[in-house]
Design a protein around this ligand. Structure first.
Ligand SMILES: Nc1ncnc2c1ncn2[C@@H]1O[C@H](COP(=O)(O)OP(=O)(O)OP(=O)(O)O)[C@@H](O)[C@H]1O
Length: 212
């Protein structure tokens, strides 16, 4: 099956059940919102899917991406694109160099790589931003660069961990549209972790609750 499938996933910490056993299938282009109180395991669940969960957690169950069981694969082999509330742009690199970090290695040669990055920037209304210092960008521009960097890696699923939290409220609607628009356009099965009911409404899909 295409999309993201979690089969019999269960997470425990210190001998105590954190996330009770559950199954979830997220179709290509579908955005499912994960909500729940602080400490209910939302970020931990994304870390499990991405392959970087801390070994203090006891985990069982399987993660399938487009039908492939990736549960035992290292993070870089899973092709899961992740976006956090901190955009984590490298401050010592230009916008273009930050994007080059994300760009898949299958685009080879200086000119082709530059072309792919410029095309992505243009798509995000950031034409001409290649040489800009990230520190000179607005919050909305940084958020768009961060998403572009994630998408240039050609992920097969998108994991969003409160990515709109630090944005000024007047920017949030635009950036939500930008992120969910790209997720749907690229047919990416997407999980959004948030506390914000407006985020969930904007995502417009199913809501899964943890720890409720
Ligand atoms: N590396 C770790 N070692 C030990 N405990 C951890 C570790 N990371 C998280 N925890 C604990 O695991 C539980 C789940 O944390 P997690 O960050 O997944 O919750 P969350 O639902 O994302 O919370 P929030 O909404 O506050 O971000 C919490 O009790 C947290 O303190």
């Amino acid at each position: 099956m295409r999309g993201l499938v979690l089969a019999g996933v269960e997470i425990a910490l210190d001998g105590r059940e954190l996330v009770p056993r559950f199954d979830l299938a997220v179709a290509p282009g579908e955005v499912v919102t994960v909500m729940g109180p602080s400490g209910s395991g939302k970020s931990t669940l994304l870390a499990f899917i991405g392959g970087f969960i801390d070994p203090v957690f006891r985990v069982s169950g399987r993660v399938l991406i487009d039908g492939a069981d990736v549960t035992r694969r290292p993070p870089e082999a899973r092709r899961a694109g992740i976006l956090f509330q901190d955009d984590l742009l490298f401050p010592h690199l230009s916008v273009g160099q930050n994007l080059a970090f994300g760009l898949v290695t299958s685009v080879r040669g200086r000119a082709a790589r530059r072309g792919a990055i410029d095309a992505a920037l243009a798509q995000a209304d950031l034409a001409g931003f290649f040489d800009r210092d990230p520190a000179t960008l607005s919050g909305g521009q940084r958020a768009r660069v961060a998403l572009l960097r994630t998408l240039l890696a050609e992920p097969r699923t998108l994991l969003l961990d409160e990515p709109f939290n630090r944005l000024d409220s007047h920017l949030r609607d635009d950036i939500r549209r930008f992120v969910f628009g790209h997720a749907r356009e690229r047919n990416l099965p997407t999980l959004l972790v948030t506390h914000d009911a407006d985020d969930a409404r904007a995502a417009g899909g199913r809501i899964v609750r943890l720890g409720a």
